[in-house]
Design a protein around this ligand. Sequence first.
Ligand SMILES: Nc1nc2c(c(=O)[nH]1)N[C@@H](CN(C=O)c1ccc(C(=O)N[C@@H](CCC(=O)O)C(=O)O)cc1)CN2
Length: 299
Amino acid sequence: MAQIIDGKAVAAEVTEGVKTAAEMLKAQTGMQPGLAVVIVGEDPASKVYVANKGRTARACGFLSVEHALPDDTGQEALMGLIDELNGDPAIHGVLVQLPLPGHIDEGAVIQAIAPDKDVDGFHFTNVGKLGTGVTDSAFVPCTPAGSMLLIESVLGKDLSGKNAVVVGRSNIVGKPMFNLLLAANATVTVAHSRTKDLPGLCRTADILVAAVGRPQMIKGNWVKPGATVIDVGINRIAAPEKGEGKTRLVGDVDFDDAAEAAGAITPVPGGVGPMTIAMLMVNTIVAAYRSAGRTPPVF
Ligand SMILES: Nc1nc2c(c(=O)[nH]1)N[C@@H](CN(C=O)c1ccc(C(=O)N[C@@H](CCC(=O)O)C(=O)O)cc1)CN2
């Protein structure tokens, strides 16, 4: 049976480190890190994630500001708010919760965030830095950064000689994951819906990262014996066994089946998800240190 990678525990350690770093910054400069989160509309999952971000930010000692805008907010109003936050000296990190309502140009909104406050790491400047290996001044997207810490907790920092397969090519997870694994010296393949013989390719992976958004797609016989499996998927499915109309969360990996073959595996919930919020705290404290002209601690 595989080692279950406890994302909740690693995330708690990381946030504890962020809290200490925030106390140090305050003692040295009087500065309090500030995080602003903008949410547009009423998506229930997004509301939960935003509330968790605010709660964790406050627990780290940050100033936490939430802007909840109605579903019919226009592009201009949203851009105006981002402009304000970009210029606010009390705010070091700005994040717009995704997805945005369909009438808003998501790409334009992301590019409007000042790169040095882009704690999601989605701005072209940060994407370009990560892609060209300028990782010391880039903000790395939170979910891939958290996934890397979980991989490191099992395999260490140097992945030389390891084959990694990332299933999914999104800008938020698949592509940054590719860059991070490559920077750690893994040999990386990115698979997607048009990949031939996906099960066969997955079986070559010492590190298998699933980020496709398809519940329990990756089966045990797709997993190389002993592999490290990182499940980024968060899918809500019907759970009639819990009662009529009930649901439960599952990943993109068929956990029970894959755990038979894997050496180590993340659960859903309790794996990558909690790391996303912990790494947001890391990016925000780093932004605050940089704005104070101080060298941020390494997490
Ligand atoms: N601007 C952004 N929007 C979105 C991001 C992001 O990184 N930046 N990622 C996701 C949502 N997300 C954070 O925003 C997120 C998703 C899941 C979790 C999490 O802790 N999941 C738990 C389960 C939670 C539950 O019970 O529903 C887990 O996996 O254990 C945290 C953050 C999309 N949008």
